[in-house]
Ligand binder design. Sequence first.
Ligand SMILES: [Zn+2]
Length: 338
Amino acid sequence: MLDLPLFPMTEGSHREVLDGVSSYTACVSEPPWSTLSAGVRPPERVILAKNMDIDHLESLIEAEGDSDVVVGVGGGSALDTAKFLSWKTGKPLFQIPTITSVDAGFTRDVGVRVKGNVQYIGAVIPETVVVDVDLIRTAPPHLNRAGIGDVLSCMTGLFDWGLACERGEGVAWDADLAALGEELLMELEGSADEVADVTSDAVRWLAGAYRRIGAACMQAQHSRFEEGSEHFLAYSYEFHTGDQQIHGELVALCVVAMAALQTEGEERAVSIISRSGARAHPADLGIEREMFARAVIDLPDYVRRQDLDYSVIDVTPIDHRVADRLWSSVSALPRRAA
Ligand SMILES: [Zn+2]
């Protein structure tokens, strides 16, 4: 059994938290900030999180006043910007995620963009991550359902890790970490119908799953149990198109594609996505056949160029026929209303 270094997490209202801290700098997403701000004690400073470019972030530090704490309120960029500000200034950090589809609240590393590439430059642990179930449930449902993507990725990720270990590539197998990945997948199967309805329990479960994944990655110092070829395909697709997709939706689609390449687990992945109501059909994500095929066919070169971990991509010839087969698999996913 793993003894995970879990982040502090509390369930409660964002209003109570913001009323309870002394003067604060808020790093926010829009929506929902303008709706929320009417009902809370005003911050010293509001930073609308835009991008994680290092020059932009450094300019935020220069203008930072003497508020006592930093609070992130919103999606990934808000929480990441708050992490950067807290790390740079040493001010205590409170994180209030407003959707369940991002893990930024539960990861320690501060990732920034330097000339377009992500670099990790520091680490910070929040005083607490506040899970405001009612607030999260007001977000567009598909953004919360997208939270399944980074749990579902344990499936293809574990397969790739096992394959790499068989070939003596990369970090050694860890039975406890693998068991955590399997456990998360089984819980996901059990929670899929709740996720479809975005119930309070689904929100709690997703937040708790991210908390465990973040802690396990932090302890192991790698993420092989939950990140493999499906993430590599997602990165390749975004590299080729410059598209900004909802991460969990793109990852869910890529899990189906890579499960098809691994010839294992495709049916299981499709069933979980179908039951959870998550969007993953390429047409719903605006993904076209030609761009998908380009991302697939370039995968072997892409993982080599980026020096990514060993996976099914390294042992399977990938040509146009394979790309066509993977396209058929993802096109069989259910369509969702916008
Ligand atoms: Zn991910």
